[in-house]
Design a protein around this ligand. Structure first.
Ligand code: TYC
Length: 115
């Protein structure tokens, strides 16, 4: 029963509370729960609305309707969640959007935050 077992991520044994025994867990059998990260898109006063919609479609695979809805939410509330990803993918998406926006001379920014 998983509730009765305590498994510390950096030890190779697993405690069974009922019997008080420890069973060895081979390192290759240990599954790590992936951590998730939000890519937040931030509002600013200069980036054109159409460009934000384009970015949300291009980098976050939003439909035109979803992208427009999110862009308006961000415009009114200051920020919004463009997507939730594993750490490396979240950092890559934010980097790609920020570089793309620099290239197009818009101040649009994405930042990454733990989910
Ligand atoms: N506030 C911008 C404008 O009025 C539009 C905008 C929306 C910019 C969302 C960034 O993430 C953003 N042109």
């Amino acid at each position: 029963m998983p509730e009765n077992n305590s498994q510390d991520s950096d030890r190779n044994d697993q405690l069974d509370i009922e019997s008080g025994t420890r069973a060895l867990v081979r390192p290759q059998d240990k599954t790590k729960t992936p951590s998730f990260y939000k890519v937040l898109i931030l509002n600013d006063d200069f980036t054109p609305r159409d460009y934000v919609v384009h970015v949300l479609q291009k980098f976050f695979r939003k439909s035109e309707q979803e992208a427009t809805h999110l862009m308006l939410q961000v415009h009114h509330k200051g920020q919004g969640v463009a997507g939730v990803f594993t750490c490396e993918i979240a950092e890559t998406k934010a980097y790609q959007v920020n570089e793309y926006s620099k290239k197009h001379k818009y101040p649009l920014k994405c930042v990454v935050e733990a989910a």
